[in-house]
Design a protein around this ligand. Structure first.
Ligand code: NAD
Length: 381
């Protein structure tokens, strides 16, 4: 552990990479707040079955983040968690936040813990799938035939662009009129690394990548497009296309199944990934991943800590269980077990198991733990 910590201070060091390869892979579990604890407990049950029945060689370590960390140590991202994160191969996160923390100073709020860990680990590549299982097509606000079987991956650049660009300010001019500005800026290496990340993901899927920008208006998009074209030469099997963001928004609601992987900057990705998530109609069903350049990643459901339903055993754990599947696929290089989890989730849905958020008349209502048990039964069948 201490050796790992020492080597982790130099993540590009060859020794660190070799050390990580020979050690049992380590998953850091950060359950967080609210329903975080309940949904993560189900995901851990699944991991333990993969360990006992399918020879998955991982070790689980636990830490605090968000409000739980503030309660335990006075900070939403304490040093101890930071140290554990530095040597983990992947992180499974529940959710953070709660009413009781809303009046804390901004820098101590649970959500700050999330921003801090993302920045600390340089998790610049945010993967948000929008998947709609055939059996849940009625949950979407779009016609079932438009969305049934939907499977899109949106790759959003997470640590650059207009949300971080300088200068930024609200100022007052000489006439006393206030004005405000932000800067949309991308450096070539930032575009290059998100491009590589998205091409690699396209290689693991249907090999079609659509880059979304606003190159008809923005210089930053012009550079984005140029770099994407250049990086594409290293992935000749992937078919690269470009689309303006306004058209992409239209196409997502008109004919979403035309997309395989979409890559875009921070601002456009923020908006498009939420729109795509809502095509599926169920917030409790969507996992996500945030990766760094070494493929180390943090995996979490896209929803929050849902304090309104916390502690009632009614939260849907499937987004968290599918986050484990993404972890196996993108950080632990175990596509076989990732496919097993996905198939088990499909099976329980086909069997009619539903938590309250996706329940419809004629299906079988189960609690958070009941859904976890059903997935395990499907895995072991
Ligand atoms: P939320 O995603 O927690 O909840 C929105 C609605 O969806 C609620 O009605 C909730 O009951 C429902 N819901 C969410 N997840 C569900 C699940 N797995 N199963 C069934 N229903 C589910 O968003 P919010 O209410 O805006 O935020 C609550 C807290 O979570 C806030 O403190 C917010 O800052 C935080 N938050 C955290 C994250 C994160 O940890 N990544 C993301 C968003 C919000």
């Amino acid at each position: 552990m201490r050796v790992g910590l020492l080597l982790a201070a130099f993540p590009n060091n060859l020794l660190f990479k070799i050390w990580k390869k020979i050690m049992t892979q380590k998953i850091l579990v950060l359950a967080g707040d609210g329903i975080g604890k309940e949904i993560v407990a189900e995901a851990i049950k699944v991991i333990n079955v993969l360990k006992s029945d399918f020879a998955l060689d991982v070790e689980l370590e636990y830490g605090d983040i968000g409000g739980a960390a503030y309660d335990a140590s006075g900070h939403p991202y304490p040093k101890e968690t930071q140290e554990k994160a530095a040597t983990a191969d992947a992180i499974l996160l529940g959710a953070v936040g709660g009413y009781e923390y809303e009046n804390l100073p901004r820098k101590l709020r649970p959500e700050r813990g999330l921003l801090a860990i993302r920045a600390d680990l340089d998790l610049f590549s945010n993967l948000r799938p929008a998947i709609l299982n055939e059996t849940l097509a009625d949950a979407s606000s779009l016609r079932p035939e438009v969305v049934a079987g939907l499977d899109i991956m949106i790759v959003r650049e997470l640590t650059g662009g207009i949300y971080f660009g300088q200068p930024r300010a609200i100022e007052t001019d000489e006439n006393g009129e206030r004005f405000a500005y932000n800067t949309m800026v991308y450096k070539e290496p930032e575009i290059e690394r998100i491009a590589h990340s998205s091409f690699k993901i396209a290689m693991q899927r249907n090999k079609r990548l659509c880059s979304v920008d606003k190159a008809n208006v923005l210089e930053v998009s012009e550079l984005w497009r140029e770099v994407l074209e250049r990086v594409a030469k290293e992935y000749p099997e992937v078919e690269l296309s470009h689309m303006y963001v306004d058209n992409a928004a239209m196409q997502l609601v008109k004919e979403p199944k035309q997309f395989d992987v979409i890559v875009t900057g921070n601002l456009f990705g923020d908006i498009l990934s939420d729109a795509a998530a809502m095509l599926t109609g169920s917030i409790g069903m969507l996992p996500s991943a945030s990766l760094n350049a070494d493929g180390m990643g943090m995996y979490e459901p896209i929803h929050g800590s849902a304090p309104d339903i916390a502690g009632q055993n009614i939260a849907n754990p499937l987004a968290t269980i599918m986050s484990v599947s993404m972890m196996l696929r993108y950080s632990l290089n175990n596509t076989e077990l990732a496919n097993k989890i996905d198939a088990a989730v499909e099976k329980v849905l086909a069997q009619g198991y539903r938590t309250a958020d996706i329940f419809v008349e004629g299906t079988r209502l189960v609690g958070t733990d009941g859904m976890g048990d059903a997935v395990i039964a499907a895995l072991q069948a």
